[in-house]
Design a binder for this molecule. Structure first.
Ligand code: SAM
Ligand code: SF4
Length: 346
């Protein structure tokens, strides 16, 4: 009767409601996309010419973002908030949004996923505002490969941004890496060696079918198994603890006996849907219960209809209640979602 007890709209009292689904999973980790725009053009994410960006009036305002985060944290049991995009550092109001979220009670953990460009300028202010942690995406140590992958000459800016994040005390710093066959798949061990030297925690992410161009081919994807094999040519990897990854999407390995670690997010070959604890908000205020969902629920419309917080709670709970068991990636009828990763918020 677990599902009956958790039915949407049946809150467990003021502040006691949760975002749950029919499989008993509870979402406590909120991903907020602050913009769909980006200053890079990673080949696995968006086309060279960019995309049809959201119009300004369609974006949630800073006040609307903070209101939704407040409701999630104070009414719906969300404990972790991660800002992402598109490139979240392009959002001028980011430090203010972070500061206002850091004032919430209970205080959520606050993190950012960024390509790192612009961190050199903003890391200190973001730390000051209350940002706890940062994940920086970096796929290569070679400037020319960076250019081939992102179509921009900004490699040094990312390295400078990383250094600034470390100087600002944002810790731990995690690096997200996608390997592309024939481009940077020979760099797995080099990237790990570099990350160990710099004190960053590296995580490899299998390429997912979320690019705007729909160019993903399963047969072309560099798999977790291949990544681990490449790392083992230079390092000893041992499972961390009892290998229980809990809600964490990354399977983590101790490198050369630890304490340093490396993670592999095998979203395609070893999906973590059963333990998923995420709920997602797009920059235009749509709730998504999964990266791969076809459906969205319009919270911006609720906010702009002058409805009270109670109605936001109801719509958000109903959206999560409909979450499917898994991504459906292995189903022959799998359809890539209409929005690409950059517009969902990775
Ligand atoms: N622009 C920021 C960045 O790159 O970190 C935040 C948004 S980006 C969409 C978030 C993460 O998604 C990045 O680490 C990126 O490498 C990853 N990503 C983008 N497209 C992907 C894909 N098709 N498969 C796997 N990961 C992807
Ligand atoms: Fe931009 Fe991040 Fe997508 Fe690269 S992965 S194009 S940095 S949104």
């Amino acid at each position: 009767m677990e599902s009956e007890r958790n039915a949407p709209g049946r809150s467990r009292g003021e502040g006691g409601a949760v975002l749950t689904d029919t499989y008993g999973r509870v979402a406590t980790d909120l991903r907020v996309s602050l913009t769909d725009r980006c200053n890079l053009r990673c080949t696995y994410c968006m086309p060279e010419e960019g995309l049809q960006w959201l119009r300004g009036p369609d974006l949630l305002t800073d006040d609307e973002v903070v209101r939704l985060v407040r409701i999630a944290v104070t009414r719906l049991g969300v404990r972790e908030v991660r800002f992402t995009g598109g490139e979240p550092l392009l959002r001028p109001g980011l430090p203010g949004i972070v500061a206002r979220c850091a004032d919430l009670e209970p205080r959520p953990s606050l993190s950012l996923t960024t390509n790192g460009i612009g961190l050199r300028r903003t890391a200190g202010a973001l730390r000051e505002a209350g940002l706890d942690r940062v994940n920086v995406s970096l796929d290569t140590l070679r400037p020319e490969v960076f250019h081939a992958l992102t179509r921009r000459d900004r490699h040094q800016d990312v390295l400078d941004g990383l250094a600034a994040a470390r100087d600002a005390g944002l810790a731990p710093i995690k690096i997200n890496t996608v390997l592309m066959r024939g481009t940077n798949d020979d760099e797995a061990a080099d990237l790990l060696g570099w990350a160990l030297d710099e004190g960053y925690e590296l995580r490899f992410i299998e390429q997912m079918p979320l690019d705007a161009q729909h160019g993903w081919e399963r047969s072309d994807m560099v798999t977790a198994r291949e990544i681990l094999a490449a790392l083992r040519t230079r390092f000893t990897l041992s499972p961390e603890g009892d290998t229980e990854r809990g809600h964490a999407p990354a399977e983590r390995w101790l490198v050369d006996g630890g304490p340093a670690r490396v993670g592999v997010i095998a979203s395609v070959t070893r999906p973590f849907c059963r333990a998923c604890d995420r709920t997602r908000l797009t920059a235009d205020g749509q709730v998504r219960n999964c990266l791969f969902a076809q459906e969205e629920s319009d919270l911006r419309g609720v906010l702009r209809s002058d409805a009270g917080d109670e109605e936001v709670v109801r719509v958000w709970q109903a959206a999560m209640w409909g979450k499917k068991a898994g991504s459906g990636l292995d189903d022959p009828s799998f359809l890539q979602p209409g929005r690409p990763m950059s517009a969902i918020g990775g």
